[in-house]
Structure formats: C-alpha cells, structure tokens
Design a protein around this ligand. Structure first.
Ligand code: SF4
Ligand code: SF4
Length: 84
C-alpha cells in the first residue's frame, strides 16, 4: 500500500515460510508485539507473527533473526514504492 508522506506508523513484516519458529524475535521485542502463530508453515514450524499494532521500528527483531529475509522492518515515514 502506498501512503502519501510515508508510513504513519512503523511496522514489521514476517515471511512465514522463511521463519524457523525459533522465537528469538518474540523474546527480543521490547514492546511484545510479536507472537507464535498457531499454524504450521511449509517447513513444519510455527512461524512468528505481528500483532498488527505497536511496532516502534527499533529493528531488534531483525538483528536477532537467524533467517535472512524472514523479517523486514519498516520505520515510520518509510515511503513504499508501487510495484509495477
Ligand atoms: S522492530 Fe522492534 S518493536 Fe517492531 S516488532 Fe521488531 S523488535 Fe518489536
Ligand atoms: S527470529 Fe526469525 S526465524 Fe526465529 S521466530 Fe523470529 S522470524 Fe522466525
């Protein structure tokens, strides 16, 4: 979604199929907005999920995650580009 002027709030996106369900990001998040989902991904792990509100964009989860590409953090004000 494109938001004029950039994102109003920070957010985090977790690619469920890249997640190994280690829980490091969940433990590390200082505002407790990540959780273990009660579903299995294609590798048979319970992936982490975002509660949808409250992310500060601190990036701690990103640096904790051992799986490259599983977590993307968008800071407040980030301008998302339209994919054409
Ligand atoms: S960026 Fe920070 S606040 Fe947002 S989910 Fe990750 S650890 Fe939590
Ligand atoms: S740290 Fe990465 S691999 Fe571990 S639960 Fe979080 S997103 Fe999944």
């Amino acid at each position: 979604m494109v938001e004029k002027g950039g994102l109003e709030k920070a957010k985090v996106i977790i690619r469920e199929d890249e997640c190994k369900g280690c829980g490091l990001c969940i433990e590390a998040c200082p505002v407790d907005v990540l959780f273990e989902q009660n579903v299995l991904n294609r590798m048979g792990y319970h992936p982490a999920g975002y509660k949808g509100e409250g992310c500060t964009g601190c990036g701690i989860c990103f640096y904790q995650c051992p799986e490259p590409g599983a977590i993307t953090v968008f800071k407040k004000g980030y301008v998302e580009e339209e994919v054409t």
